[in-house]
Structure formats: structure tokens, C-alpha cells
Design a protein around this ligand. Structure first.
Ligand SMILES: N[C@@H](CCC(=O)N[C@@H](CS)C(=O)NCC(=O)O)C(=O)O
Length: 225
């Protein structure tokens, strides 16, 4: 069983963080891959896609997911959660030591979330010549990781989204745009094969079936790329 899937009751271990998310959420996948890599147990509270896990309202009025509850601390935003856990557990490889490189990592992560993620969720329409997409791909290409990639906050941030791009929108705008940058594609593909990413990924077939059910129920935005 994947280490991060091991549910430990907070009644027996109050130090165990609780992660609220819906099933197969790529933002939660970032956090689960990190916890798996750090070998830290987590209690998962999951709902079907498009729904909210029971008990979430106790911690978040907006019912934001993913949400981490660790003792008194309540955090949303996958990147904030990942940085907290990295510092807490002394993840030395979280970011590169050199300031400019570290800022490039954060820049690429922010642009990915501002441009590609909304398109992936059907919240933004992209075209191949979109200037924000061009900037995002350039920022990602600048931080293209070694082969094979090492787990760091950048690779764990990008990998779940790159996997969902390929699963949800094969041959869509994002995959085509990345395909025009062979070196970038070569650096992205192996991130999804990192052991901690693969161990915490949902099963592709059942995930796609769940997404379909949620779409038909009108719980997800239609995807148009
Ligand atoms: N910026 C957030 C995005 C979270 C997000 O969009 N989560 C999806 C679920 S996979 C969603 O639709 N959330 C709606 C909500 O939280 O109400 C993060 O990085 O955690």
C-alpha cells in the first residue's frame, strides 16, 4: 500500500496531518506525492469528484480543496501546503539553493497555475499563439530538470498537471504547444514516472470514468480544447 494512503486515526496520532480533497484531484496529488517522498503518513478525507468531503465545512467556510489540517493549522493552496510540509520535514531538495534558480522555479510554478491550469479545468480558453502560454512554456523550459528528474517542489508541482493534460486533453492546445518544444516535453514526461508521483496517482481508467460521471452530472466545467 502506498505509504501516504495509510490512514492513521488522529485519535491515535494527533501529529498526523489530514488532507481533504476530491478523488484524483491534481492539486492534492502534488501534496500526496510530496508526503510519499518524505515518507510521512497522512489521513485522507476524499469525496467523489465535484463533491466535498464530509467534515470540510468545520475548517473552511468556502470548503476549499485541497485543504490540510495539521493540529491547529489549516492551510489551503497546494503550493502553500507543500512549502509548509517541506519546511516542517526538512526537505533539503525542495528548492535549489541558488536564489535566481529558486525564483525561476517559483516563477514557472506560478505561470503554470495562472495559464495552463485554468485551461485544463475549462476555466480559460487558450490558443496556440497565446502570449501567456508562450511565457509559461519558456519559464518551464528554463527550469527543465535533469533526466531522470529528482523530486523537488517544482517537479511535484508540475507532474500531476502534466499527467492530467495528457489524460484529460490529449492532443489539446497545451499538449500541442509543449510538443513544439521537444526538450521541454522530454523533461516533462519522466516527471510523471517519479516513484512518489506514480504511487500517489489515481488509476487512469477509473479516474477518467469518475471525471465523465462528474461532467455528465454538471459538476465540472466543460473542457473545450
Ligand atoms: N490554487 C488551488 C486550486 C485548487 C482547486 O482548484 N481545486 C479544485 C479541486 S481539484 C477545485 O475545483 N476546487 C474548488 C474549491 O476548492 O472549491 C490550489 O493550488 O490548491
Amino acid at each position: 500500500m502506498p505509504r501516504s494512503a495509510t490512514a492513521v486515526s488522529p485519535a491515535t496520532d494527533p501529529a498526523t496531518p489530514i488532507l481533504f480533497s476530491d478523488r484524483g484531484c491534481p492539486f492534492a496529488h502534488r501534496v500526496l506525492a510530496l508526503l510519499d517522498h518524505l515518507n510521512v503518513a497522512v489521513e485522507r478525507r476524499e469525496s467523489p469528484i465535484g463533491a466535498k468531503p464530509a467534515g470540510l465545512e468545520r475548517y473552511s467556510a468556502a470548503k476549499s480543496i485541497p485543504l490540510l489540517v495539521h493540529g491547529e493549522l489549516v492551510l489551503s493552496e497546494s503550493q502553500v501546503i507543500a512549502e509548509y510540509l517541506s519546511e516542517l520535514h526538512g526537505f533539503a531538495d525542495a528548492f535549489p539553493p541558488e536564489l535566481a534558480t529558486r525564483s525561476r522555479h517559483r516563477h514557472a510554478m506560478a505561470l503554470l497555475d495562472r495559464t495552463i491550469v485554468p485551461a485544463l479545468f475549462g476555466r480559460k480558453q487558450l490558443t496556440l499563439d497565446d502570449p501567456q502560454l508562450a511565457d509559461t512554456l519558456r519559464a518551464l523550459a528554463q527550469v527543465a530538470t535533469s533526466t531522470p528528474p529528482r523530486p523537488c517542489l517544482l517537479t511535484l508541482h508540475v507532474a500531476p498537471m502534466w499527467q492530467r493534460v495528457q489524460w484529460w486533453q490529449p492532443h489539446g492546445i497545451v499538449e500541442c504547444a509543449v510538443g513544439a518544444h521537444p526538450a521541454l516535453r522530454t523533461s516533462l514526461d519522466p516527471t510523471t514516472e517519479l516513484a512518489c508521483v506514480a504511487r500517489t496517482a489515481p488509476d487512469r481508467a477509473s479516474h477518467l470514468a469518475d471525471v465523465d460521471i462528474a461532467r455528465q452530472a454538471g459538476l465540472l466545467d466543460p473542457v473545450t480544447t
